[in-house]
Ligand binder design. Sequence first.
Ligand code: NDP
Length: 484
Amino acid sequence: MPSTRLANLIDGRLAAPLDDHWLDVYEPATGAVFAQCPDSSAADVAAAVYAAQRAAPGWAATPADTRAQLLHRLADLIEARLDEFAALESRDSGKPVSLARRLDIPRAVSNLRFFAAAIVAWESEAHAMETGAINYTLRHPLGVVGCISPWNLPLYLFTWKIAPALASGNAVIAKPSEITPCTAALLGELSIEAGFPPGVLNIVQGRGPATGQAIVEHPAVKAISFTGSTRTGASIAATAAPQFKKLSLELGGKNPAIVFADAELSDENLDTIVRSGFANQGEICLCGSRLLVQRSIYDSFRERYLAKVNALRVGDPQQASSDLGALVSREHFDKVMRCIAQARDEGGRILCGGNALQLEGRCADGWFIAPTVIEGLSNDTLTNQQEIFGPVVTLIAFDDEADALAIANGTGYGLAASLWTGDLSRAHRMGAQLEFGIVWINCWLLRDLRTPFGGSKQSGVGREGGVEALRFFTEPRNVCIRYL
Ligand code: NDP
């Protein structure tokens, strides 16, 4: 049996699952089990909801300033153990430890601090009427809310949900992905040390169709903030609809990165374009998996791009020198390999990668795939329409702006697009016409936490970030007073 058994956090206490069922947690770089996490049942969820229901009124009545202080304290405790968190996140998800140290964990800390600051600075709305009345809007927390997060950016996305939910006065039932449960479990332990009242934050580990479903179904859970696949999002929406629960769904993407001939293709910009396809092994919902390149520069761009992709080092995620680590699970590894085979079947030419990698030493049995670039596929192929969520980028040539727009928008998804151009007018024109929730121009993954975050079409419903998240987790009430 592995030495580490993770616990649920229910009513301020660490708890084993009630029926003592456990799930193995694998290290993607080695393929070996290194921990076990609770395989929680509906009974565990019910216990967590009961604790949250008891805690919710007191937490809602706690001054925003006090709630903010607790979130800051939790952020400080995580930051003090940054290296430990980064090593754990890397071990659990297969991502390079350097990435976890640079991106995931600092961003989790920022999420907590950002919403701690936002809640004390949040202004209420008032609307005066010339006819002699004034309206003001009260915003009450919803009560008990559910936060369900995926495996690709485990602590980053977990905190992105629980921070605004807690800041705005809700009691939370949170479920991280069963594939990457470790850092959320550690955060749970630290939340006790930080001094959160029992029942305010509950973390119930387990499988989506069991634990996640029980959270969504529970009548006392008033809202679900979910990040994950489009398929699961649809199932959650169907379950939640009859109870009229509030829903925020951040789902998949098939994002275009569009490179015009007038773009400044410095080495640094090219590195960002490469990163936008391959960061975190391509397992970021915002990765540009369709790389659209203007035909007049296609050949020269392809040569420079491939040289950089070929230079990416795939290796043991725990080594600082690795640019890419392992894919998160055997199942996901198999899925990405099937997608590459499908691209071949559809007539795609593999320009680099296309194969699994067998590393030496401790990573001999890990789930590694070489960064893969494919060309020769039209935009309507399955490869260019379905989310792969791995280190796979397709190159597509386009002629002009209209062509680029048609290809970029020609997808069922609408999460993020990035555009590389030196023409300011084009940047604004296309920024307005790209049908995506987020458009980056001459950059990628540059995030201001105040901005609305989310997608349209099959990429989701609603927005997170800044006041959007605080609005989601509160119920507005308009009070109208006539004074004339
Ligand atoms: P899944 O949809 O499989 O799972 C997401 C979460 O939902 C997990 O915690 C999962 O649990 C849980 N879950 C699964 N089934 C149910 C259910 N029936 N009811 C309630 N909860 C359930 O997504 P992945 O974890 O595979 O994550 C990858 C996906 O997430 C990609 O499609 C990616 O694009 C998307 N994503 C979107 C982002 C965005 O902001 N738009 C950001 C990051 C990722 P378990 O894992 O334990 O089964």
